[in-house]
Design a protein around this ligand. Sequence first.
Ligand code: DX5
Ligand code: ZN
Length: 216
Amino acid sequence: MGVLVAPSMLSADFGKLDEQVDLINKSDADLFHLDIMDGLFVPNISYGFPLVKAIAKNAKKPLDAHLMIVDPDRYLEEFAKTGVEYLSVHWEACNHLHRSLQKIRSLGMKAGVALNPHTPVHMLYEILSETDFVLIMSVNPGFGGQKFIENSLLKIKKLKEIIIKISPSCLIEVDGGVTLENAPQLVKAGADILVAGNSVFGASRPAEVIHSLKQL
Ligand code: DX5
Ligand code: ZN
């Protein structure tokens, strides 16, 4: 399987949402990455169900929702009902992560765990068998268009080693500051899914950037 590309809709122009969704539908992208922020877990508020539903209505590719919210258990069912297929919760936001992941799977979605830049990958050791994908935050969550944190590369390599040993089907998603320049290293280190916001929607020809990322 080649690398999957997940454009982050946080950087899209919501004033012409249908057009932007259509752009992703027609591109080589694999997933719609949806960043949900509550102003508590992260110092920003993004968007909620009305916008997720507006995207879901026209999206022809699976939705990948990244919950940057406290106590995400409150909303797992609603995301499933909205048609989300990949759902990640933050390791730092869950007191009972095992229960949250089982609930996500029981609702028919792929269960992901997102890690902040300061959280070591070995914290996942006991939970990896319950996890379909790990989202490595390569910026501090909360905003698009930030600079890639270089240490993330090492985290991906370390995580890949653990995954190969104990849960080979688990995917690695990298989120934050991904560009055409650093993407080849990320894929080489073990990334399976690349999230890209600013580097896609900030480009004059987004579909070409997506196409180039897919070639890696
Ligand atoms: C940040 C979000 C990211 C963000 C990525 O908190 O989780 O998904 O939209 O945007 P770029 O690619 O611009 O860093
Ligand atoms: Zn994200």
